[in-house]
Design a protein around this ligand. Structure first.
Ligand code: HSE
Length: 308
């Protein structure tokens, strides 16, 4: 491999996973952006091409640029990088579009510099990109993109990420209605304070989910995939949320929820056969609406960003 240029696949991710608002995330394996990053004599970060979406080329306004600049600020190199971004994940979809670009940029640059930074440090740089995209430097999409698998962001300052195991038979079904829900708006509608009774239920489920992942206990996983805090507010922004949830659960989904801040929805399934059944049933229901959508199945990507 020419060590002046690298091509990578930066995967989509599902944040929150029902009960873990801003802390849980998982990495998908068949949907993502591609990026080509090259070393240049010219200092700084230059985004030279974005294909597939209309996004700013200005490095200070683009999530990949901002994340890359955060990394560069921690180095003393006298050269720079050019970035080409081939977007397959639509911004505002809920499957970590900004996170893929931010995480992809810092991963690629780190490789070209012979890996001076560890994955936790890369996550910190990528979070700066998330701040530009949604106003908050949350790590629950960038962490699974960089670490792979399931991740738990235990703390953001100082950042602490725990990589969790992925049960082997777990599949994710994503239904993405083609409407835009801005993360900033779907955060703005959330309450600033929550009742202790709801908080108690919620942290019981987050603990149970972690246990279920370690023990591959699909029944416990299913019971823990409930959100008492965020979904009740956000579901009004998601077209046909309750109807699709009911159909997914009736077709053996282990759990159902909004993917990140939406509008994409996700179901977890045990085994590919169940995942296909869910995909077919919810697609059939969504065909009856006038809203364009796409629906796909993914395994859990346990390694995260890949070098192509
Ligand atoms: N945890 C974030 C949120 C993810 O739900 O707002 C945004 O994709």
């Amino acid at each position: 491999m020419d060590n002046n240029v690298i091509k990578i696949f930066a995967p989509a991710t599902v944040a929150n996973i029902a009960c873990g608002f801003d802390v849980f995330g998982l990495c998908l394996d068949n949907v993502g952006d591609e990026m080509i990053v090259k070393k240049t004599k010219k200092k700084g970060i230059h985004i030279t091409k974005i294909v597939g979406q209309d996004l700013p080329l200005d490095s200070n306004k683009n999530v990949a640029g901002v994340a890359a600049l955060a990394l560069l600020a921690e180095t003393e190199i006298d050269f720079g990088f050019e970035i080409e971004i081939y977007k397959n994940i639509k911004p505002g979809s809920g499957i970590g579009s900004s996170a893929a670009s931010a995480a992809g940029a810092v991963f690629a640059i780190n490789e070209l510099l012979n890996k001076p930074f560890n994955t936790l440090e890369l996550t910190k740089f990528a979070m700066q990109g998330e701040k530009v995209a949604g106003g908050t430097a949350h790590a629950d999409n960038v962490a699974p993109a960089l670490f792979g698998g399931f991740t738990l962001v235990r703390e953001t300052n100082p950042l602490d990420v725990i990589a969790l195991p992925s049960p082997k038979d777990l599949f994710v079904v994503i239904l993405h209605p083609q409407v835009t829900v801005k993360t900033s708006e779907s955060r703005a509608i959330l309450p600033k304070e929550i009742p202790l009774t709801l908080a108690t239920k919620q942290w019981a489920n987050t603990g149970a989910l972690v246990s279920a992942l370690y023990t591959e206990n699909y029944d416990l996983l299913s019971k823990s995939l409930v959100d008492h805090i965020v979904t009740p507010y956000r579901k009004q922004l998601i077209p046909h949320y309750e109807e699709i949830e009911a159909i997914a659960l009736a077709n053996k989904a282990l759990g159902f929820g909004i993917s990140g801040s939406g509008p994409a929805m996700f179901a977890l399934a045990k085994g590919k056969v169940n995942a296909l059944k869910i995909k077919n049933a919810i697609s059939l229901a969504f065909d009856k609406t006038t809203i364009p959508y796409n629906c796909f199945i993914s395994e859990i990507n346990t390694t995260g960003i890949k070098i192509l």
